[in-house]
Write a protein that binds this ligand. Sequence first.
Ligand code: SF4
Length: 115
Amino acid sequence: MGRKLTKAEKARRAAAHPDRPGEECEAPPGDWSPEVNRGRCEAKGDCVAVCPYDVFEVRRIDEGEYRALPFLTRMKVWVHGKRTAYTPNAGACRACGLCAVACPEHAIRLVRMRA
Ligand code: SF4
Protein backbone atom coordinates (compact mmCIF):
# COMPACT_ATOMS: atom_id res chain seq x y z
CA MET A 1 0.00 0.00 0.00
CA GLY A 2 1.24 3.53 -0.79
CA ARG A 3 1.75 6.18 1.84
CA LYS A 4 -1.11 8.48 2.77
CA LEU A 5 -1.20 11.80 0.95
CA THR A 6 -0.81 14.99 2.95
CA LYS A 7 -3.59 17.59 2.96
CA ALA A 8 -1.58 19.77 0.58
CA GLU A 9 -1.03 16.86 -1.82
CA LYS A 10 -4.75 16.01 -1.77
CA ALA A 11 -5.61 19.65 -2.49
CA ARG A 12 -3.08 19.83 -5.35
CA ARG A 13 -4.37 16.61 -6.87
CA ALA A 14 -7.99 17.84 -6.62
CA ALA A 15 -7.06 21.21 -8.15
CA ALA A 16 -5.64 19.43 -11.21
CA HIS A 17 -8.65 17.13 -11.63
CA PRO A 18 -10.21 17.55 -15.11
CA ASP A 19 -13.79 17.12 -13.81
CA ARG A 20 -13.54 19.73 -11.10
CA PRO A 21 -16.92 21.56 -10.99
CA GLY A 22 -17.73 25.09 -9.84
CA GLU A 23 -15.99 28.40 -10.43
CA GLU A 24 -12.40 27.87 -9.27
CA CYS A 25 -12.95 29.80 -6.01
CA GLU A 26 -14.19 32.88 -7.90
CA ALA A 27 -17.85 32.60 -6.82
CA PRO A 28 -19.20 34.95 -4.18
CA PRO A 29 -19.95 33.13 -0.89
CA GLY A 30 -23.47 31.72 -0.92
CA ASP A 31 -23.87 31.24 -4.67
CA TRP A 32 -23.01 27.54 -4.38
CA SER A 33 -23.22 24.96 -1.65
CA PRO A 34 -21.88 21.42 -1.35
CA GLU A 35 -24.44 18.66 -0.84
CA VAL A 36 -23.40 15.42 0.88
CA ASN A 37 -25.03 12.14 -0.11
CA ARG A 38 -25.42 10.21 3.16
CA GLY A 39 -25.69 6.94 1.28
CA ARG A 40 -22.23 7.42 -0.21
CA CYS A 41 -20.29 9.28 2.49
CA GLU A 42 -17.87 7.06 4.43
CA ALA A 43 -16.56 9.85 6.68
CA LYS A 44 -13.06 9.67 5.23
CA GLY A 45 -12.59 13.42 5.68
CA ASP A 46 -10.95 14.33 2.39
CA CYS A 47 -13.47 17.18 2.09
CA VAL A 48 -12.23 18.57 5.42
CA ALA A 49 -8.64 18.24 4.22
CA VAL A 50 -9.03 20.07 0.90
CA CYS A 51 -11.63 22.79 1.54
CA PRO A 52 -9.85 26.16 1.82
CA TYR A 53 -12.88 27.72 3.58
CA ASP A 54 -13.46 25.21 6.40
CA VAL A 55 -16.93 24.36 5.16
CA PHE A 56 -16.92 20.76 6.39
CA GLU A 57 -16.77 18.80 9.59
CA VAL A 58 -16.99 15.02 10.00
CA ARG A 59 -18.91 13.95 13.08
CA ARG A 60 -21.54 11.60 14.41
CA ILE A 61 -24.79 11.84 12.47
CA ASP A 62 -27.73 13.54 14.18
CA GLU A 63 -29.93 10.79 15.64
CA GLY A 64 -33.16 12.11 14.12
CA GLU A 65 -31.61 12.28 10.68
CA TYR A 66 -30.19 8.80 11.11
CA ARG A 67 -33.56 7.31 12.02
CA ALA A 68 -35.23 8.98 9.04
CA LEU A 69 -32.80 7.45 6.51
CA PRO A 70 -33.85 4.55 4.28
CA PHE A 71 -32.82 1.17 5.74
CA LEU A 72 -29.86 0.48 3.44
CA THR A 73 -28.49 4.00 3.88
CA ARG A 74 -28.83 3.60 7.65
CA MET A 75 -26.85 0.35 7.49
CA LYS A 76 -24.12 2.01 5.47
CA VAL A 77 -23.83 4.93 7.90
CA TRP A 78 -23.82 2.46 10.81
CA VAL A 79 -20.97 0.46 9.24
CA HIS A 80 -18.92 3.67 9.20
CA GLY A 81 -19.41 4.33 12.87
CA LYS A 82 -22.43 6.60 12.30
CA ARG A 83 -20.00 9.29 11.18
CA THR A 84 -20.65 11.51 8.20
CA ALA A 85 -19.71 14.88 6.70
CA TYR A 86 -21.66 18.00 7.57
CA THR A 87 -21.36 21.50 6.12
CA PRO A 88 -21.70 23.87 9.10
CA ASN A 89 -19.95 26.63 7.18
CA ALA A 90 -21.68 26.12 3.80
CA GLY A 91 -22.27 29.86 3.45
CA ALA A 92 -18.50 30.36 3.03
CA CYS A 93 -18.26 28.08 -0.04
CA ARG A 94 -16.58 29.79 -3.01
CA ALA A 95 -17.20 26.94 -5.46
CA CYS A 96 -13.60 25.88 -5.94
CA GLY A 97 -14.89 22.34 -6.53
CA LEU A 98 -12.06 20.65 -4.67
CA CYS A 99 -14.34 18.72 -2.31
CA ALA A 100 -16.38 17.18 -5.12
CA VAL A 101 -13.37 15.67 -6.89
CA ALA A 102 -11.40 14.86 -3.72
CA CYS A 103 -14.12 12.68 -2.18
CA PRO A 104 -13.15 9.05 -2.90
CA GLU A 105 -16.82 8.00 -2.63
CA HIS A 106 -18.19 10.69 -5.00
CA ALA A 107 -20.51 11.72 -2.18
CA ILE A 108 -20.37 15.49 -2.75
CA ARG A 109 -21.92 17.58 -5.46
CA LEU A 110 -21.96 21.34 -5.78
CA VAL A 111 -25.42 22.86 -5.95
CA ARG A 112 -26.06 26.36 -7.27
CA MET A 113 -28.06 28.33 -4.69
CA ARG A 114 -28.28 31.62 -6.61
CA ALA A 115 -28.18 32.33 -10.35
S1 SF4 B 1 -16.40 23.84 -3.41
FE1 SF4 B 1 -16.05 22.44 -1.69
S2 SF4 B 1 -13.90 22.66 -1.21
FE2 SF4 B 1 -14.46 24.45 -2.42
S3 SF4 B 1 -15.05 26.05 -0.96
FE3 SF4 B 1 -16.92 24.97 -1.52
S4 SF4 B 1 -17.15 23.39 0.04
FE4 SF4 B 1 -15.01 24.09 0.15
